[in-house]
Design a protein around this ligand. Structure first.
Ligand SMILES: Cc1cc2nc3c(=O)[nH]c(=O)nc-3n(C[C@H](O)[C@H](O)[C@H](O)COP(=O)(O)OP(=O)(O)OC[C@H]3O[C@@H](n4cnc5c(N)ncnc54)[C@H](O)[C@@H]3O)c2cc1C
Length: 440
């Protein structure tokens, strides 16, 4: 357990890929605090299976751009899509320099896999645990930086704000029960998605969109809060809890979807929302709670090499993917909406940034293209760090102290009740947004 100071240069809320990469791209003389709700490995970044996109070469630019826009129903911001694609090669180079291992061809070049919505293979991967590979290496590097402090089990319960300027956060340490007012020149929200507010989700249950509720309370702009992505294929289970994802790259490599009579009923390589729709329609028609996924069309050696985690998890649940089909059902998976942020991660509040899944910079439009989110999180987190550094100005702590006076700490007495209230705020905002502009 680390004792927290009162002042930091930069506070980052979240220890997924976005938070870690933001910290690593700030200069070593900056005093940085990263907080997370649980242990650092309890982030969705750690769970990512399929991989991370990379522009293969110049000839791939138009195809990659078009695939991203088509998947997003052309509601994407073309400028952020362009920025992500143009920076993808350098980003993958950064990761390799950090020690991340991606699958390679026999000649040593990067091997690419394919997922739904992609017109060609362009996804770098490490077995079926790309997120763990990336996050572990970033974390190792962060742990080697004397200027970055990581505080697990510390939950942001509010921001400290005055006149639309952020001065830091209020946070609670769930281990020692202490409530902290933590001041910073800049605050970065990298707090992930909101799957925890839904009953069926692939996300960690702790990810309940707290930052969104806090931003809504402080009039920080939030966009498309009802743009929720459902993943077509999660392992069907009768028990409650986080749903296990069966990566889209399984279908990219040849797995097929079957109805109750074991007949194919859709094109498995359509974008996620289309496949999800097809599955839900089929379940309705068949009166079933799931459809079947057949991985047997994929060569056995390929399955063992590329999807060891999926094979093992299915075995744990009683399914041998080499001998039988596995039951799959759509579940909440990803959040395309979020805290409005620009190409440098700036929110509408001064000194407050939002990066990663918690933000909405328009890259994904109405529906995220597979394997674009790790990339987007990493690139825009790096850009946020660069922007902070470029425009660095110390805070005037006189104002901060005034903001402190204005802070009524009694409202944080019961943090579980407050977080429950935040969940309610998020769900209500989703409902309202859905009424105003339905997400289809
Ligand atoms: C099962 C699964 C598979 C996926 N596969 C892929 C894939 O193959 N390719 C791809 O590109 N994307 C994939 N994704 C999506 C991708 O993993 C995420 O979008 C991305 O990792 C988000 O990173 P992040 O840093 O924004 O958030 P996260 O990695 O989710 O980190 C959020 C952090 O915020 C902290 N936090 C939240 N609220 C608070 C609070 N109030 N106070 C303090 N800390 C807080 C959490 O503790 C956590 O540390 C997958 C997601 C899942 C769930």
């Amino acid at each position: 357990m680390i004792e927290l100071d009162k002042y930091y240069d930069v506070i980052i809320v979240g220890a997924g890929v976005a938070g870690l990469n933001c910290a690593l791209n700030l200069p070593r003389e900056r005093k940085i605090l990263i907080i997370c709700k649980d242990t650092p490995d309890k982030s969705d970044s750690y769970l990512a299976q399929g991989g991370i996109c990379r522009l293969v070469d110049e000839n791939d630019y138009q195809g990659y751009f078009d695939d991203t826009m088509r998947a997003g129903h052309y509601e994407n911001n073309p400028a952020t899509v362009d920025c992500m694609i143009r920076n993808s090669q350098a980003l993958i180079d950064d990761l390799i320099a950090c020690g991340v291992r991606f699958a390679r061809n026999p000649d040593g070049s990067l091997a690419y896999t394919r997922e739904g919505g992609h017109s060609r293979p362009r996804i770098c991967f490490h077995e079926d645990c790309t997120g763990r590979e990336i996050t572990t290496h970033l974390m190792q590097k962060v742990r080697g930086c004397a200027n970055i402090f990581i505080a697990p089990y510390v939950t942001m319960v509010d921001i400290i704000e005055s006149n639309n300027q952020c001065y830091g956060i209020v946070a609670k340490d769930s281990k020692n029960g202490k409530l902290y007012r933590l001041y910073a020149d800049y605050t970065v929200l990298a707090s992930g998605g909101l799957g925890g507010v839904f009953e069926n989700s692939t996300n960690f249950r702790i990810l309940t969109g707290d930052a969104l509720a806090i931003c809504l309370n402080h009039n920080v702009a939030v966009d498309h809060i009802n743009y929720i992505q459902i993943h077509p294929t999660t392992l069907y289970s009768k028990t409650k809890g986080r749903r296990f994802l069966i990566s889209e790259s399984v279908r990219g490599e040849g797995a097929v979807l079957l109805d109750k009579n074991f007949n194919r009923f859709c094109d498995e390589l359509q974008p996620r929302d289309v496949v999800t729709h097809n599955i839900l329609e089929q379940m309705k028609k068949d009166g079933t709670k799931h459809v079947w996924l057949d991985m047997r069309p994929i060569p056995r050696e390929e399955v063992l090499k590329h999807f060891p985690t999926i094979v093992q998890r299915c075995l744990d649940e009683g399914y041998d993917v080499f001998r039988e089909c596995v039951p799959v059902v759509p579940s909440q998976h990803y959040f395309m909406g979020g805290i409005r942020s620009d190409l440098c991660g700036r929110s509408t509040m001064k000194r407050l940034y939002a990066v990663g899944e918690t933000c909405c910079n328009g890259v994904h439009g109405a529906n995220r293209l597979a394997s674009n989110s790790l990339l987007e999180s990493l690139i825009f987190a790096k850009r946020a760090a660069q922007d902070i550094q470029k425009n660095y100005k110390r805070i005037n702590f006189e104002y901060a102290e005034r903001a402190e006076i204005a802070l009524d700490l009694s409202k944080y007495d019961n943090v579980p009740a407050l977080l429950k209230k935040y969940k309610g705020i998020v769900l209500k905002a989703i409902e309202e947004a859905e009424r105003e502009q339905p997400h289809n």
